[in-house]
Ligand binder design. Structure first.
Ligand SMILES: NC(=O)c1ccc[n+]([C@@H]2O[C@H](COP(=O)([O-])OP(=O)(O)OC[C@H]3O[C@@H](n4cnc5c(N)ncnc54)[C@H](OP(=O)(O)O)[C@@H]3O)[C@@H](O)[C@H]2O)c1
Length: 235
């Protein structure tokens, strides 16, 4: 699709991969709506890049519904949802906290479902649309300490397959992108120590590149799932 004048929603567009995707969409002359919880970062990025911003938590159904009501009046057509907002909670099994596990599932899984559910109603009505779910290589394999996060990303990958099966008949492309490690605030936000920048590891712009490439493919086809690795991250 040609991205010029298309309208895109990017959840978690205030930082990292979401912000890089929002910038790349804007560079391709799309209208960009970003969401996030942090009002300062939201305002800063909207002012700097010319995005439209909405502050809410994707895990709160009322807030998600209110967001879609607000944009309905302003945007007669929505073309793209980048379902990106999520965070990590890493703990080995004996230490997994039920409250933290559930809160993360509510944001990463229920939040993604709510955003896509409401977008799908618009897309079915239009008989066109694009959903890109940002999962992870953690959606394809488990690892130590990954119980909560891996569960959330396997769930997102599973939902992607269901939505694809339901929505293709309405010309809606449902895609999954699995980044491996990307140097963003993600790990610090998940409680890890800040690491020094490593030029051989992925940056948010690399995932934005994959997102734009997937969207730009002619509408007659789509890439179902795309995994992005750093070429030689330990060099
Ligand atoms: N970095 C990696 O190595 C990596 C690898 C694979 C996949 N991913 C995935 O890539 C996506 C983006 O991560 P990132 O690396 O860019 O991390 P990040 O820099 O921490 O960005 C996460 C974004 O999500 C938003 N967010 C988190 N929880 C939210 C909630 N409940 N409601 C609304 N917004 C929420 C944050 O904004 P606010 O704080 O303002 O709410 C922020 O904009 C996530 O889905 C992550 O799982 C990351």
């Amino acid at each position: 699709m040609n991205l010029k004048n298309k309208t895109a929603i990017v959840t978690g567009g205030t930082s990292g991969i979401g912000l890089a995707a929002a910038i790349a969409l804007k560079e391709n002359e799309a209208n960009v709506i970003i969401t996030g919880r942090n009002p300062e970062r939201l305002k800063l990025n909207c002012d700097k890049y010319g995005f439209e911003g909405y502050q809410f938590d994707v895990s709160d159904e009322k807030e998600v519904l209110s967001f879609y009501e607000k944009i309905a009046g302003k945007h007669p057509q929505i073309d793209i949802l980048i379902n990106n907002a999520a965070y990590g909670y890493f703990e080995k099994l004996p230490q997994v906290d039920t409250g933290k596990f559930s809160a993360m599932m509510q944001a990463n899984v229920t939040g993604a479902m709510l955003m896509a559910r409401e977008a799908s109603k618009i897309f079915i009505n239009q008989k066109s649309g694009n959903i890109i779910n940002i999962a992870s290589t953690a959606a394809t394999r488990g690892f130590e300490g990954g119980t909560a996060y891996v569960a959330s990303k396997f769930a997102l990958r599973g939902m992607t397959e269901c939505w694809r099966a339901e929505l293709r008949r309405y010309n809606i492309r449902v895609m999954l992108i699995n980044p491996s490690e990307v140097q963003t605030e993600f790990f610090v936000n998940s409680g890890s120590a800040k690491k020094e920048h490593n030029p051989t590891k992925l940056i948010a712009g690399d995932i934005a590149h994959a997102i734009i490439a997937a969207l730009k493919m002619e509408d007659r086809g789509f890439i179902t799932e795309l995994t992005v690795f750093a070429t030689n991250p330990n060099s």
